[in-house]
Each structure stands twice: as structure tokens, then as C-alpha cells.
Design a protein around this ligand. Sequence first.
Ligand SMILES: NC(=O)c1ccc[n+]([C@@H]2O[C@H](COP(=O)([O-])OP(=O)(O)OC[C@H]3O[C@@H](n4cnc5c(N)ncnc54)[C@H](O)[C@@H]3O)[C@@H](O)[C@H]2O)c1
Length: 377
Amino acid sequence: MALSSIRFGIIGFGNMGKGHAAYLAAGEVPGASLAAVADVIPASLQAARTQYGERLKYYETPEALLASGEIDAVLVATPHYDHVPLTKAALARGIHALVEKPAGVYTKEVRELNATAAAAKATYGIMFNQRARGAHQKVRELVASGELGEIRRTEYVITNWLRSQAYYNSGGWRGTWAGEGGGVLMNQCPHNLDLFQWFCGMPSRVRAFCKFGHLHNIEVEDSVTAYLEYPNGATGVFITTTGEAPGVNRLEIAGDRGRLVLENDAITFYRTRQSVSELIKTTPSSFPNLESWTISIPTGPAGEEHKGITKNFVSAILHGTPLLAKGEEGIHGLELANAMLLSTWIDHWVNLPLDDDRYHAELQKRIATSSYKKPAV
Ligand SMILES: NC(=O)c1ccc[n+]([C@@H]2O[C@H](COP(=O)([O-])OP(=O)(O)OC[C@H]3O[C@@H](n4cnc5c(N)ncnc54)[C@H](O)[C@@H]3O)[C@@H](O)[C@H]2O)c1
């Protein structure tokens, strides 16, 4: 029977779960309501009960919530390792699932999740809220429409993710292989890695240099420099850290018809008058000067971020609207993150598609041999 309204359950009432609960409970998503919360930590569940009282149902386990019959959709906002099992469990029951980023910790499990999703009669979305930003949609449109010409070079420097030791100490799961499955690549950069591939496509191989516990007392990476090669021969660089200030968030894409820079939510397009490759082949000049125009591209509305993704997800269920962030697409950015870590561990190139089993085995080794002790909180 077609649904006329979606009753949401939120799994994990932490930082993010509270944020999702607030706009859902306020009725800010047309066609949706907040019906229930599940959290395995009694204090977190009590926090939800104190805030929302009798309006909602409360469950001490996600399994009890999924079996309750009280919800049509879940928003999974737990630490990373639970994303795949909980999303799978929901989809297998025909419950629509919107999972926080990252889709999972390693590609092997996410490929299995995608197979479950393909067989499920439920909608599967992922909280890539930065896809909802006007500036990001415009960059994608400029590249996809061919305005920029064939991509030659990409560069994403994203270092405005400053995090303190207090942040890493604040959750037992943060900053560890066993708890979080990675550092800046797994927690902060899923957004940027997703956008990078959403704009420019996937590279064919990666060589990366991650530094582990470089600027914080953690065992995972907090600083990354990666070099990428794309199937057409284009090259790219991806740089990130959680230990720099003032940070930068700057994307540059050079194509055959010019260069695009996205910084501070503003897009500047340096558009060449003719194709660069054509000029190189045809001009008699040894030191050609290619005329270009500097264009400030309107980015449109800022976008509604998390609420925007949830609205789109609800509209997909109720009205068949195409998903802005399909759950299955979560694997791409994760594959980049896994490839960057694997390249560092083996001190070599990593070809894509990634060898899922090899990455999984290397991650397990780090979990098994960890001697890191979390500072007392
Ligand atoms: N999209 C974004 O902009 C964004 C921003 C921050 C965090 N996140 C993501 O949100 C997720 C949660 O991050 P957070 O900062 O809210 O973490 P958090 O530690 O503040 O909250 C996690 C909550 O989940 C609960 N929990 C843990 N395991 C559970 C389980 N199996 N079942 C039910 N509840 C469980 C914990 O008790 C806690 O209340 C992570 O995946 C993180 O990457 C996304």
C-alpha cells in the first residue's frame, strides 16, 4: 500500500541524531514525522526522552526499533561500524534507510550492503548533505555539461577540518582503527571525497601518503596527501588534515576549455577562448598566449544541507523523485579513502577498482596489533 506520510525512527541520538531529530520533530520535512528513537546508551536515550517526552517511542536497541512496526524509515546516525549492519537490517525488512556518511568502513562490506539494497523493496539514501549545496550542484553541472572541456587536472585542498584532542577524546570510538576505522578520511572527508568523484569521476590509480597520529594523540590518519591518475590521463591531488589553521577549502579543476576554482562557496571560471589542446597543436607561436575571460558563476541558493537530503529522500519514497544521494553511491568516496590508506600501508600505487579483500585484511591487521590507549575522558 502506498504511504502518504513517513514515520521516521532515528538510530543513535548523538550529535548528528539530535540534529536530524530537531528538524523532523519540528515538522520541517513535508510528508514526514519523527516517531521513535533508539540508542544503546541509556543516558543518550534518556536525553531523547527528556527532550521529546510522550510524543515518541523509545527503544534500547536498534533491533527492537526495526521490529516495532512503528516506523516506515530509519535514519542511521551511529558510529561507522554499525552503518552497514543496521542499514542492511532495515532494508531487508523493507524499511527505507537513510544512512549517515560514510556508507561503511571498508568497501567489502559496502558492496554487500549494495547487493542487499538492490534486492530490497525500500529506498536507500545516504546523508551526503554537501550535494545539496547550490555551489556544488553548479560545479557538477559545469563539468557534466562539457563547459570546462575534458578534465586535465584536479586539485582539492580541504584543510578546514580543525579538530582538537578534546574532540578525539570525546567519544570512545573516535580516532581508532577498531572504533572508527580511520581518521580524517573516514570522518570528515567522506563529504569531499564524494564530491570529488561526483564532479570529476573516479581515478584509475592512487598513490597516497597518510600520516597517522601526526598532529593529535590518535592512531589513525590526521594528515593526507594523495596523487590520483584518471582513465583519460588527467592527474589530481587531494590534501587534507584536521590539524591546520586557518584552513583552506579550495577545489580547482583544469579542463581543455579553462579552469574552475571553487572557494568560499564562490565559483570562478577562467574560460579560454578556444580549446587548449587545439591551440597547442595548431599555433605557430612557441610561447602562445591564450585569451581567457574571468567569469564569476552564480551559485544559486545555498541549499538546505541535511534537511535538504532528508526532504529529497522522503519525496523519493512518496513521489518517486530521483534521489540526490543514492545510498549505493556511497561506495565511491569510501573506495578513494580505502585506496589512500592502503597505498600508504603498502607504500605503493593502488589500482581501482580496489582489491576489497586486501584492504579488509590490512585493516584487520591494524585492529589486531593496535597498542593505542585512548586518553581517559
Ligand atoms: N553528515 C554530517 O554532516 C555529519 C556530521 C557529523 C557526524 N556525522 C556522522 O554521524 C554519525 C554519528 O556521529 P556523531 O558525531 O553523532 O556521534 P556521537 O558519538 O555523538 O553519537 C552516536 C550515538 O550513537 C549511539 N550508538 C552507538 N552505537 C549504537 C547502536 N548500535 N545502536 C544505537 N545507537 C548507537 C551512541 O550511544 C551515541 O548516542 C557518524 O557516522 C558520523 O560520521 C555526519
